[in-house]
Design a protein around this ligand. Structure first.
Ligand code: PLP
Length: 359
């Protein structure tokens, strides 16, 4: 029996995608072998590679000015790859809204001058900046922010306006959760294992004019320019992960694309926040109104003891992955694209019952 998986990542995948993987595992499309065993230079993988890029472009409406790269090392490696490729001798500005953006800032500082131009650390990272409230001085090599804060459960409802500097965004936990205007970004990066597929590949979209910034002496596999020149086939890419991402993208497309994904995600989040708000303070959301994430919903119960009991009761009912990140505790329900509405309905039922019996 499959459980309702609210885990933050690696996260739930669409059942039809898993079934497709299973069906074509032993004999991939007439090749007589699995995709796991196929050469990354052979025709079968080559088609999957190109198709995944084409499907990603289709979903976001082209992204004609950007290269789509598949890189290794997770989003965490991009914390360093971004400054290594883009900083030059310049200065970069960072908006810090949680642990991941803190780490990106720290990594940036190892390669040159970085400035923290906005942070909500003093408020326990319970909000993102109000639209239009961040002032960026001209001259930054780039401005970095994290669109969705997976651990704290906050999310930008808009793309920050930063003047002429390229915007670099860690979109690991909300990429393709809503329509995406790629043209507003210099670089978008995302580990696949939250919203796009399995762990092992990081999707990077880089605006082509930025490629010339990559210094010639970078390790090739970390160089946006070198990777783009070889269509991410410079070395062996994570073929299985890329193939599964491709299936997830096709699944998204078949189900109405990003506008439909947004509507489904909004419905799920509205349901859950509605239940939190209607509980009379029994369940308390962490994020401020206006900064609430629709991907990771974080909340507390009246005591840590009750939180433990709640997680156990949930597991007994087939609802797993609800434990908050170890650094903050509480409850975290991740509502990524692939989580079904039925899972949220089951969670609401559990919440009502738990409050009734433990109130
Ligand atoms: C999970 C996550 C990361 C880290 O991703 P890895 O692929 O494990 O390196 C970075 N940023 C955000 C926003 C995340 O959610």
């Amino acid at each position: 029996m499959r459980v309702h998986n609210f885990g933050a990542g690696p996260a739930t995948l669409p059942l039809p995608v898993l079934e497709r993987v299973q069906a074509e595992l032993l004999d991939y499309r007439g090749s007589g072998m699995s995709i796991l065993e196929s050469s990354h230079r052979g025709p079968h993988y080559d088609e999957a590679h190109r198709q995944t890029i084409a499907d990603l472009r289709k979903l976001v409406g082209g992204a004609e000015d950007h290269e789509v790269l598949f890189m290794a090392g997770g989003a965490r490696t991009q914390f360093s790859a971004v400054p290594m490729n883009l900083l030059g001798g310049g200065r970069a500005d960072y908006l810090t809204t949680g642990r991941w953006s803190e780490m990106a800032l720290e990594a940036g500082g190892r390669y040159g001058e970085v400035r923290e131009v906005w942070t909500s650390e003093a408020d326990g990272y319970d909000h993102v900046p109000d639209e239009g409230s961040v002032r960026i001085e001209e001259g930054a090599a780039y401005v970095h922010y994290t669109s969705n804060n997976t651990i704290r459960g906050t999310q930008y409802p808009y793309v920050p306006e930063v003047g002429s500097a390229p915007v670099v965004c860690d979109m690991s936990s909300d990429i393709l959760s809503r329509p995406l205007d790629v043209d507003r970004f210099g670089v978008i990066y995302a580990g696949a294992q939250k919203n796009l597929g399995p762990a092992g590949v990081t999707i990077v979209l880089v605006r082509r004019d930025l490629l010339e910034r990559s210094p010639a002496d970078l390790p090739e596999t970390l160089s946006y320019r070198a990777m783009a020149a070889k269509s991410s086939l410079l070395n062996t890419p994570p073929v299985f992960a890329i193939y599964v991402v491709g299936l997830v993208l096709q699944h998204l497309e078949r189900n109405g694309g990003l506008a439909a994904a947004e509507a489904r995600n909004r419905d799920k989040a509205d349901l859950l926040y509605g239940a939190i708000d209607a509980s009379g303070g029994y369940y308390r959301g962490h994020a401020r109104e206006g900064s609430r994430s629709w991907m990771n919903v974080t909340f507390r119960l009246p005591s840590e003891e009750l939180e433990k009991e709640f997680i156990a009761a949930a597991a007994a009912a087939g609802l797993v992955g609800l434990k908050g990140h170890r650094s903050v505790g509480g409850i975290r329900a991740s509502l990524y694209n692939s989580l079904e509405l039925a899972a949220v309905e089951a969670l609401l039922e559990l919440m009502a019952e738990f409050e009734r019996t433990h109130g």
